[in-house]
Write a protein that binds this ligand. Structure first.
Ligand code: ATP
Length: 315
């Protein structure tokens, strides 16, 4: 078993009467990509801000390699690199100047910061922009430069808040590959509300909602926890009383299958869904329901979220 590099113990953060993070405990292991998945406002940014020592918790603590980050030494904080959701750059500095400046702020010698900066610009496809001022970069380039800035002091834990947000599909693939290349030599913690990103990139995923940790495990285990195999989605449209049919479908299809009704859609998890389709259609006919659409697909982390909360990730 890999070493625990970051331990979160009963973290709570309130904003007035709102509990943004509620008694969060978890561990992150050396070399893994750990994904924080949850809808907007779930408490992801607040959680990781406390993990990096940028925000004081109301209670609980974060240990980095066994040492508390809050009030801890600069050495402890320097082990964590953060790429925030909001791009933070000095518009008048060139790309390489930003990197050297940030490196020096963390105590890295100028020559080493420059060498690392050049390498990071190369790896993130920004080398042609090395001497351009940051304000002249496109939005996607600024985000990639921000990522380089989180890495220039060579932290062993990298925290990325919505790393893929605002990127075009090509840059998204590039950043995703880059994050995967960082893993193993570094531990990566990332937040996302994109289940596809979490599923593709993360070794383990924590699903968080209303500030609470709902589950944490590998994407495979989480998906299997709601029934292995396929998902049939039956879109019934507005105003139709979905529950009318879900109980009879559940009874007909048996215990190996789960039927849930949410957002105008009946969702059926089953191992061998294709063979169940005739029975499903028959039950819908019996209930007098005419579906607007029937879709068959493999289960995803979104299904896990729906199973746990009765809601979709994006509502
Ligand atoms: P998103 O995916 O939209 O970035 P998130 O999961 O990162 O969301 P947080 O930014 O951690 O969510 O916010 C959690 C809750 O705390 C939200 O309801 C938010 O409005 C609230 N919140 C966050 N920061 C503050 C603040 N400085 N003052 C008051 N409320 C805040």
């Amino acid at each position: 078993m890999s070493e625990i590099v970051l331990r979160v113990e009963k973290l709570t953060k309130r904003y007035g009467s709102l509990v943004a993070v509620n008694n969060l405990s978890m561990e992150v292991r050396e070399g893994e990509v750990f994904g924080f998945l949850g809808p907007n406002g779930a408490g992801k940014t607040t959680s990781i801000s406390m993990m990096c020592g940028l925000l004081q918790p109301d209670s609980g603590r974060v240990l980095v390699h066994g040492a508390p980050i809050a009030g801890g030494s600069a050495d402890v904080r320097a082990r964590v690199g953060v790429c925030p959701q909001e791009v933070t750059l000095w518009g008048k500095l060139t790309c390489i100047e930003q990197l050297v400046f940030i490196g020096q702020m963390y105590g890295v010698a100028g020559r080493i910061a420059r060498e690392r900066g050049e390498r990071l610009l190369e790896e993130l496809d920004l080398i042609e922009k090395r001497n351009k001022q940051a304000h002249t970069l496109s939005g996607g380039m600024k985000r990639r430069l921000n990522l380089a800035m989180a890495l220039v002091h060579n932290p062993d834990i990298v925290v990325l808040d919505e790393a893929e947000a605002g990127l075009d599909p090509q840059s998204r693939v590039r950043v995703r590959e880059y994050i995967q290349s960082l893993a193993r030599s570094k531990t990566v913690i990332l937040t996302t509300h994109n289940m596809d990103e979490a599923e593709r990139i993360a070794d383990r995923v924590a699903i968080i909602d209303h500030g609470r940790l709902l589950v944490v495990d590998t994407p495979e285990v989480l998906k299997n926890s709601i029934g292995q195999g396929d998902v049939v989605e039956i879109v019934l449209g507005e105003g139709i009383e979905r529950t009318r049919c879900s109980a009879s479908l559940q009874e007909r299809l048996g215990e190996q299958t789960t039927v849930t009704a949410a957002n105008g859609t009946l969702t059926i998890h089953a191992r061998d869904a294709v063979n169940l389709l005739p029975a499903i259609i028959e039950e819908l006919n019996r209930a007098g329901l005419k579906p607007a659409g029937v879709h068959l697909r493999e289960s995803t982390l979104e299904d896990v979220f729906i199973h746990l909360t009765g809601r979709r990730l994006r509502e």
